[in-house]
Design a protein around this ligand. Structure first.
Ligand code: F0G
Length: 451
């Protein structure tokens, strides 16, 4: 079976190459920009490679009841829109995707919005959205005969890569910034057998170093510069459209770090529109942390025409990135969809995360920037009452339990960071209390918390 129908197209100069011609760092040999996976058959209306929208919608739904392992994956269920393998039998899957879309009635009410949802990508096998990208890119690496895969990471990519590599019987190498990632993520890479190197540099330094390493050794680079990662990460767009019965929400809000995810979701919705599966695209807005906001600065300076790297700082360590590789692609998505790019403070992130908690939804701090960003967008008049908004929650709350505990103990934020937010923080904090082991003492604690 030869299911492979793709080419790689340079995002900068438009040069086209076959997948096997890609350089180890996945940069264009002509202009140095990144590639996007392209399916030439789709642009010809008469082509037999062009998928039929009605048949696809039916097929994808049917697969949810199938007994085939590949159909249980929320990525490969949509395989007609990611024909990147010579043989789909080579797919390495852990049943990723098919994540829940939760309504957020309390936040919607507080914000005066009719319809607010959270697409929880933290409910993937390793606890983050990276699994959807990893099943795609690692399957390609395996099919091309690599024995080693590698990534630089703020934690989640490494956890996902190590798991999928272990599943496929490949070896994995992880480069992480020393002391700057959450323990939950580090523990995963160790458990899945990765060679884990903690480097005295930041994420951007790790990625730079890895780019040099893959030029010297036969190791497949699995950061989101690898365009196959984005093919997997575009599939939540299909799930969201399907959940809304092939209409799309008005507005999608995504955290921004290395900016692969916003690029991928934009590509997913764009392809749905080009193939006639949906009529329009949602606005896509990207939210960064104030201390790690190179794309926000780029939009403020020249509406995303150029970007200055910066030294990044935020407790939302997943998005502590100052030189995002996919910034050009993400800027295009924001521009093309009429979205916004803005940043939120450390206190705003912590409060938004705790507010999501009050709806029974845990997430990583990096994911909570979406709700914090929505509040700002609403306050600035960019989101109308009647709009349907979807927040993309990218990581599971247990990835970074220290952050949550520090918030509730009151040790997370410095006084100057919390200034002006004290009433909201006090209302949300629920520190554990030590009480006598008697019914009376416990009931007194219950009574004391009732106010
Ligand atoms: N949210 C979480 C939980 C993440 O782990 C990341 C990125 C992002 C948001 C940002 O997504 O980079 O596609 O813009 N984490 C990467 C990692 C960098 O190494 O795990 P992005």
């Amino acid at each position: 079976m030869n299911d492979n129908l793709h080419q790689l197209r340079c995002f900068g100069c438009g040069a086209r190459i076959s997948g096997s011609e890609a350089q180890p760092d996945f940069r264009c040999a002509q202009c140095g920009d990144l590639f996007e996976v392209d399916y030439p058959g789709w642009s010809q209306r008469q082509s037999h490679d062009r998928p039929n929208p009605g048949a696809l919608k039916w097929l994808w739904r049917e697969r949810r009841c199938s007994s085939e392992a590949l159909d249980h994956s929320g990525v490969w269920r949509f395989r007609e829109l990611l024909p990147i393998l010579d043989n789909f039998g080579n797919a390495v899957t852990l049943r990723e995707g098919n994540t829940p879309l939760y309504s957020l009635p309390r936040a919607a009410k507080a914000l005066g919005i009719d319809q607010l949802f959270a697409k929880h990508q933290g409910m993937n096998p390793t606890g983050s959205f990276k699994d959807t990208g990893m099943t795609a890119a690692l399957s390609v690496a395996k099919e091309r005969g690599f024995e080693w895969v590698a990534c630089a990471s703020t934690g989640n990519t490494s956890a996902a890569m190590a798991a999928y590599a272990a599943r496929a019987g490949l070896r994995s190498l992880v480069l992480i910034p020393e002391g700057k990632i959450a323990w939950g993520k580090l523990s995963q890479a160790m458990d899945y057998g990765a060679v884990t190197c903690q480097l005295k540099t930041d994420f951007d330094g790790c990625l730079r170093l890895l780019t040099q390493i893959v030029r010297e050794a036969p190791i497949c680079l699995l950061n989101s510069v690898n365009p196959y990662r984005l093919e997997g990460q575009k599939t939540p767009a299909f799930e969201i459209a399907e959940a809304f019965d092939w209409t799309v929400p008005d507005h999608l809000i995504v955290p921004g770090g290395n900016l692969g995810n916003s690029s991928a979701l934009g590509k997913g919705f764009r392809e749905l529109r080009e193939l006639g599966l949906v009529a329009r695209m949602p606005r896509i807005s990207v939210i960064q942390a104030e201390g790690a906001n190179p794309l926000v600065r780029s939009f403020a300076a020249n509406h995303g025409a150029s970007m200055e790297p910066m030294e990044a700082h935020t407790r939302a360590t997943a998005i502590r990135i100052g030189n995002p590789a996919s910034w050009r692609k993400a800027a295009r998505v924001v521009q093309d969809t009429g979205g916004w790019c803005l940043d939120v403070s450390e206190a705003e992130i912590a409060i938004a995360k705790a507010e999501l908690g009050t709806e029974g939804l845990g997430c990583e701090p990096a994911s909570a920037v979406t709700l914090a960003g929505l509040k700002k967008l609403r306050a600035q008049g960019h989101v109308a009452t009647g709009e349907t908004v979807v927040l993309v929650l990218t990581g599971h709350t247990l990835k970074d339990a220290d952050y949550t505990i520090d918030f509730h103990r009151g040790t997370l934020l410095r006084d100057e960071e919390a200034a002006g937010f004290e009433p909201q923080i006090d209302r949300l904090r629920r520190n554990a209390i030590t009480v006598e082991a008697t019914p009376a003492a416990v009931l007194a604690a219950v009574k004391g918390s009732a106010g």
